[in-house]
Design a protein around this ligand. Structure first.
Ligand code: RB5
Length: 143
């Protein structure tokens, strides 16, 4: 189950991503927002991030205007590794190296076709499981 959320700046791209998820029979839970009215991105960031942290959703996708605010907010939730990616190479590498559990994008930054290539790469790349990457990921949670 993928948790997906956005603010008003990410609404159109979220619709495009949901079409992709439907087309590929990927289960998802849409945490909003559902209209173009101006909203506060931390609300959606935290809702999706908490669902991922609790294991209710395996991964999450968050979209705001730039992807920046929503990724900063998501990364405040313990256990979340939210990666802001606007290219396929970063999407692959953040799965391989960081085992990122949330993908963030900016709806005002990336076009729909490119965004779907990023989503596809991110969803279809497994964590490498390399010892050095596990060690570094564990260090992220240390005080
Ligand atoms: C909302 O106008 C905009 O600030 C938001 O979508 C996002 O880009 C914040 O980082």
């Amino acid at each position: 189950m993928i948790g997906i959320g956005c603010d008003h700046g990410g609404l159109e791209l979220k619709k495009t991503v949901i079409e992709y998820l439907n087309k590929n029979n990927i289960e998802y839970k849409d945490f909003g927002t559902y209209t173009a009215d101006s909203v506060d991105y931390p609300v959606y960031a935290k809702a999706v991030a908490k669902a991922v942290a609790k294991g209710e959703c395996k991964k999450g996708i968050l979209i705001c205007g730039t992807g920046i605010g929503i990724s900063i907010a998501a990364n405040k939730v313990k256990g979340i590794r939210a990666a802001l990616c606007h290219d396929v190479a970063s999407a692959r590498l953040t799965r391989l190296h960081n085992d990122s559990n949330i993908l963030c994008m900016g709806g005002r930054i990336i076009g729909p076709e490119h965004a779907l290539a990023v989503v596809d790469a991110w969803l279809n790349t497994d964590f490498s499981g390399d010892e050095r990457h596990i060690r570094r990921i564990n260090m992220i949670e240390e005080d």
